[in-house]
Structures are given as C-alpha cells and as structure tokens.
Ligand binder design. Structure first.
Ligand SMILES: Nc1ncnc2c1ncn2[C@@H]1O[C@H](COP(=O)(O)OP(=O)(O)O)[C@@H](O)[C@H]1O
Ligand SMILES: O=P(O)(O)OC[C@H](O)CO
Length: 499
C-alpha cells in the first residue's frame, strides 16, 4: 500500500505517491496560468486547478501502475491564503481565485487599521492586517460581485482556500461535497482565533464576511471523508490537510519545539515550532498553527513569510530574458566572485516579514558600470538568503531560540551557490534532506498517520535522511558588512507606492 499527496502550489499542482519508507515512487505535475490583470493583481482559474488536480492524480497512479485500492489515504497540501468563493449549487466560482501575492485589498486593510492600527487583530489571530491574508480578499469579492454578500448570507456561497475547494470537489461538489478546512489554513484567514481554533465572529463582522460561507475547521490529520465514486481516487479516504508551509515543516519532521525549516519556492517561508502555546511576535513575524493531529493539542509556530525569492528568478527569466531556465542562474552567478556592489530587493508585493510594508516596491541598487549580468544573477540569489536571514534573526529575538542548523527544502535548494551563501550569512549549517519534496511528504505523513499507515511520529523521524550540508565559511566582518548594505538597500524601497 501507498499514500498519495496532492500539492496544490502557487505555480503548479502535483500528485506524488509515497511508500512506507517516505520515498516518492511516482508523481505527476502540471502548471497553471498566472493571470495578471493589472499591476499588483494575481489570479488563478480554480476550474483549471481542479482539472489539473484530477489529471495529476490519474497520471501519478498510472506511472506507478497503481489503482485507487492501492492507496491507503490521500493528503492535501496547498498554497495558503489564495481565496475562492463559489456557488454551492452550480459548483462554479463567482470570481477568479485571488492569489496570496495580490495586493488589491490594500484599501480594505488600511480602513480596518484606522481603528486600532495594523496590529489590531494580532493578539487574537497572530497576524497583522496585510493584503496577504484571506479575510480581506473575501471582503473584496463580496464588495465587487453583484449580490454576493446577500447570497453569502443566505448560505448560497462557499468560501475556501484551495484545500477546501479540492476536498469539496473530490467528495461530490454540488452533490453533497464536504465543506471543510484545517486549522493551519484557517489560521491564515485573519478570521480564526488562534486559541479557540474557531471562527472569530467579531472579526468576521468587522470584515463583513458572513459565517454561513465559512468552512468547518478540522484538525490536520483525521479522516474527513472519502473520494466520491467515479472520482480518480474513488473510495480513498481524504485524511490530511495542511497549508503547504506547515506540510513542509511536518515533512521535515520538525516535531520538537525549537526545530525550524526554510522552504525556498516562489517565496521563502521559515517556520519555527514553538510548542503548544502560541508566541505572539514583537518582531514582525506571524503566529500560526503549525499542525494539529486529530484531538491532540494544536502545535504552534512562528513564521517568517518572504513573498518573493524563486519568483525573482522567474522574473529574470520571463520578464528580462536574462536566463532561459531557472537552473541557468547558478552558472551565470558563478561567472563573478561577488555581487559587485549590487543588491536586488524584490518588493514586488510590498515587503512581507519582518517589515510588512505594502508601500515598498522592488529596487536594484548599488549599480555602477562595472555591474554585469553575472552580478545581477548573484544579487537575485543573495536576495533569497538576505530575506531569510532577516526573518531568522527576528525569530531569535521573539523566541530566544538560536538555531543550531537550518533544514531547507523547495525548488531553489538545488542551487548550491545560494545554499553556501545562506550558511555564510546565518553562521549556522544549512542541511538539505534526501527527499526534497517535503511539502507533499508532510501531507502524505498527516494522511498516513490518520489511517494507521504510519503508527507514530517516531517512525516518520526515522525516515528523514540528510543529503547535503553547507558549513559557514565567511569571515564575520564580511558578513556584517553585507548585512549592513542589505539593510540600506531595503530602506531604498520604502515609501514608494503612496496611493
Ligand atoms: N536551480 C535553481 N536556482 C534558483 N532557483 C530555482 C532553481 N530551480 C528552481 N528555482 C526556483 O524555484 C521555484 C520553484 O520551486 P517550488 O518549490 O517548485 O515552488 P512552488 O512550490 O512555490 O511553486 C521557482 O520560482 C524557480 O524560479
Ligand atoms: O505555493 P507556494 O509553495 O509558493 O507557497 C505559497 C504559500 O503557501 C503562501 O503563503
């Protein structure tokens, strides 16, 4: 028997089949369109994502020559915060999904902050008021689609992040589909109380979001239901749901307080397990539910979310044509010894943690005629490491935890130059596991635990194996000089977009 995981990410959807040893035996992946109707707006077609999901599940099973009855359970992990509202009767979205990077809710967030400031809901939700989160995106859709708020109040519309959308469709859609989410996804809405793990009625009222449209909040590891007859995974229990960064933390087996991982994908997300009590950040981090297994107490995390890292590499490829593929950035960056004094601050969606400045916009600074393509490639990679360093420093200040090493995963960790630079900047070892698909692995683990495919967390810990380790080599004075220059570069991006 095997466990399947669906990883519905920002740029693509994949399905992986995992064996008892945590090895990936087959997988299939499809990209979906990034719809960019205007500056600052990012949308996805949720119907395309659902079709891709079915296709990748069928593809993964076919490649492994497996049938649904070979799959003990399926887990779902997803891009978080991306917001969809659909009609419960027709099953059709009433608006394209608004993606987490989208900044259209800036005015809504500013208005909400007029009473109590941007940290108005931080104590209760763990989050600052920012365009990143789902609640204001729901409010925007209800404000802009004719009659939507009234229909939502009447219970005709459903809100969900991609986990809810997929589970609803997998379990029957308009024909009895389950409307659920898990605590980790709910903790990204600005609508969930971190301690009660229930929707906060007062905040929902402030945002004008009717409770009738919200999914039921469940744990991250339990049997929610089974895939409907005729579905690609017909009869398979759906038994795990985790936001993708929480899933990666689970897949990296960060089960003890003080353990952390950094995922380098479209953006970077550092999560530090802080145990069963939430730590409210004073240094610009988010407090989030790390995971909850069945009826056990929820485990919390501090999170440093960085909006743009790998997507800067895509931007160099797609918008500037500097490279033809993401992999080419490393050889290009290796044509030079250092960044030549250039810094790229990719504040494309403003700056997320630890700054939370929606008025920031991207900048390339330190330019002289000496700077060439290689320096820019290098500066773009370094930006991922500088931004990670900032949030890890904030984490130490909030939690008192000094990391002894950093576990890493995600598409960018193939980049050895970046990994070495990250170790140099942090002054601690950076460690990459053999299975770099930790996000899907985490979802598989959550689902497998719920059905007894794995008996305990200890079994999962035994599956984790180190692939490669990078050790700091940079002298401290050089590290301090670079960090100082980066801080100055960040200052240059602020107060740019003032509307
Ligand atoms: N060798 C590489 N060097 C730098 N960046 C890379 C490399 N390979 C992939 N990437 C970047 O990694 C990202 C893809 O990582 P992935 O973990 O699949 O992202 P996501 O799950 O966010 O879609 C892309 O943004 C891509 O630009
Ligand atoms: O889909 P990813 O890997 O880019 O992750 C997106 C995050 O969940 C956004 O919060």
């Amino acid at each position: 028997m095997y466990v399947a995981a669906i990883d519905q990410g920002t740029t693509s959807t994949r399905c992986l089949v995992v064996d008892h040893g945590g090895r990936v035996v087959a997988g299939h992946q499809l990209e979906h369109r990034q719809i960019l109707p205007r500056a600052g707006w990012v949308e996805h077609d949720a119907t395309e994502i659902w079709e891709n999901t079915r296709e990748v599940c069928a593809g993964a099973l076919a490649r492994a020559d497996l049938k649904p009855h070979d799959i003990a359970a399926v887990g779902i992990t997803n891009q978080r915060e991306t917001t969809l509202v659909w009609d419960r009767t027709t099953g059709q979205p009433i608006h394209p999904a608004i993606v987490w990077q989208d900044t259209r809710t800036e005015a809504i967030c500013r208005r909400l902050g007029e009473d109590g400031g941007p940290d108005r809901y931080r104590e209760r939700t763990g989050l600052p008021l920012a365009t990143y989160f789902a609640g204001p995106k729901i409010a925007w859709i209800l404000d802009h689609v004719d009659g939507a708020r009234q229909r939502a109040e009447a219970g005709e519309l459903a809100f969900g992040t991609m986990d809810s959308w997929l589970v609803w469709n997998m379990t029957g859609g308009p024909d009895g589909g389950l409307h659920v989410t898990d605590v980790t996804n709910a903790s990204r809405t600005l609508l969930m109380d971190l301690r009660t793990l229930a929707w906060d009625e007062e905040i929902a009222a402030d945002l004008g979001v009717p409770l009738a449209m919200l999914p039921q909040i469940r744990s991250s590891s339990e049997v929610y239901g089974t895939v409907r007859e005729g579905g690609v995974l017909a009869g398979v229990p759906i038994a795990g749901i985790l936001g993708d960064q929480h899933a990666a933390t689970f897949g990296q087996v960060c089960f003890e307080p003080g353990m952390a991982k950094n995922t380098y994908g479209t953006g970077n997300f550092v999560l530090l397990n802080t145990g069963t009590e939430p730590v409210v950040s004073e240094h610009g981090l988010l407090t989030t539910v790390c995971y909850r297994i069945g009826d056990e107490p929820a485990v919390y995390a501090l999170e440093g979310s960085v909006a743009v890292t790998g997507s800067l590499v895509q931007w160099l490829r797609d918008n500037l044509g500097l490279i033809a593929s993401a992999e080419e950035i490393e050889p290009l960056a290796r044509t030079v010894d250092d960044n030549g004094g250039a810094y790229v601050v990719p504040a494309f969606s403003g700056l997320f943690a630890p700054h939370w400045r929606s008025d920031a916009r991207g900048a390339i600074v330190g330019l002289t005629r000496f700077v060439d393509r290689g320096h820019l490639a290098r500066a773009a990679l370094e930006a991922a490491a500088f931004q990670s360093q900032e949030v890890i420093e904030a984490m130490a200040a909030d939690s008192g935890v000094q990391l002894s090493e950093l576990k890493v995963d995600g598409g960018m960790v193939a980049n050895e130059l970046l990994m070495q630079f990250q170790a140099d900047l942090l002054g601690v070892d950076v460690v990459r596991p053999v299975v770099a698909e930790t996000t899907a692995l985490g979802a598989a683990y959550a689902a497998g635990l719920a059905v007894g495919f794995w008996d305990s967390a200890a079994e999962l810990v035994a599956n984790w194996a180190e692939d490669k380790r990078w050790t700091p080599q940079m002298p401290d004075d050089e590290r301090q000089r670079l960090l100082g220059q980066w801080a100055k570069a960040v200052q240059r991006t602020l107060d740019w977009e003032t509307t």
